[in-house]
Design a binder for this molecule. Structure first.
Ligand SMILES: NC(=O)C1=CN([C@@H]2O[C@H](COP(=O)(O)OP(=O)(O)OC[C@H]3O[C@@H](n4cnc5c(N)ncnc54)[C@H](OP(=O)(O)O)[C@@H]3O)[C@@H](O)[C@H]2O)C=CC1
Ligand SMILES: O=C(O)C1=N[C@H](C(=O)O)C[C@H](O)C1
Length: 268
């Protein structure tokens, strides 16, 4: 059994992941934690998940429970996940991170930990989106210049970061493939007399509303034709199943490194 700790265990993703871990034959939910001031600290995790008492309490921090873990799953908040990675590297524990919204500086620090920790880091754990991470840059390359690239994402009203981590990763993969600097060509909204669209622009637009789980459309708009590729997630379990797959994979790795879901799927 793989002893698994879930960060942000009362959150939307944390609770979904914890329920699937609890139901999984190969994994054992041995702990979960929230911020020290969270109202559920000390509550039985099973009760908070609605699966009946499990005899494990919501802890008030990772260091309280980390020694028991084989692996930690973290879908929390960018500053929190970075701190959890620092702690996990100190204790030599692998981590699966799905959190988005890292600043460039935070991302640089995570990359700099590559020789100190085993980590799967991906803004989207679904198989479908990871397939898009593979094929969308190929489509951009084949189409070449002459097709205007715009990405539109929609998420629920509670989402804190924008644009989504997935949209930003798609934009950065496309920019890299097209030899463009996303810092220069990324456009995140338009209003007023903005002038004609420049051919190199990559537009990334975020819609927020209701309970939308996660939708991404990539447009390649040329003269006389347009390709639109859409991924729609209709359940958080899709991401959670991807996270569990990453958990089972990362604990078998011998080399430290910052991996992604394409490594897990063997699609690199
Ligand atoms: N990679 C993927 O496939 C996916 C990634 N995500 C990403 O996962 C993250 C979480 O999303 P979601 O579950 O919707 O958000 P929620 O706000 O529902 O859950 C986050 C949880 O983490 C808790 N948390 C915040 N700070 C800490 C801390 N320092 N220590 C412990 N727990 C903490 C929050 O507590 P509190 O409420 O008190 O802040 C909350 O319980 C986001 O970045 C989102 O973009 C989401 C879906 C899929
Ligand atoms: O916050 C969410 O909900 C999601 N966040 C991820 C992102 O920012 O890309 C992935 C998913 O679409 C859901």
């Amino acid at each position: 059994m793989i002893n698994t700790i879930v960060a942000g265990v009362c959150g939307r993703m944390g609770s979904t992941i914890a329920r699937l871990v609890h139901a999984d034959q190969e994994l054992k939910l041995i702990g979960g934690f929230e911020r020290p001031d969270h109202p559920k600290i000390g509550a039985d995790i099973g009760e908070t998940l609605g699966v009946g008492p499990l005899g494990i309490k919501v802890a008030s921090g990772l260091e309280e429970i980390i020694e028991l873990a084989d692996v930690i799953v973290d879908f929390t908040y960018h500053t929190a996940s970075l701190e959890h990675l620092r702690i996990a590297s100190k204790y030599d524990k692998p981590v699966v991170v799905g959190t988005t919204g890292f600043t460039p500086e935070e991302m640089a620090e995570i990359k700099s930990m590559a020789d100190k920790i085993k980590c799967v880091l991906s803004p989207n754990m679904s198989v479908g989106v990871n397939l898009l991470f593979k094929i969308v840059p190929q489509i951009a390359r084949v189409l070449g210049e002459g097709y205007d690239i715009e990405i539109v994402e929609m998420h629920h009203r509670m989402k804190k970061d924008a644009p989504s981590g997935t949209a930003m990763k798609l934009a950065s993969l496309i920019a890299e493939t097209m030899n463009r600097d996303l810092e220069k060509v990324g456009i995140y909204g338009r209003k007023g007399i903005v002038g004609e669209r420049k051919p190199q622009e990559i537009g990334v637009l975020a819609l927020r509303g209701g309970d939308v789980v996660g939708e991404h459309t990539i447009y390649f708009a040329g003269l006389g034709e347009r390709i639109e590729i859409t991924h729609r997630a209709s359940s958080r379990e899709t991401f959670a199943r991807g996270a569990l797959r990453a958990v089972k994979w990362i604990v078998t790795q011998e080399q430290n490194g910052i991996y992604d879901v394409l490594d897990v799927l063997g699609l690199k």
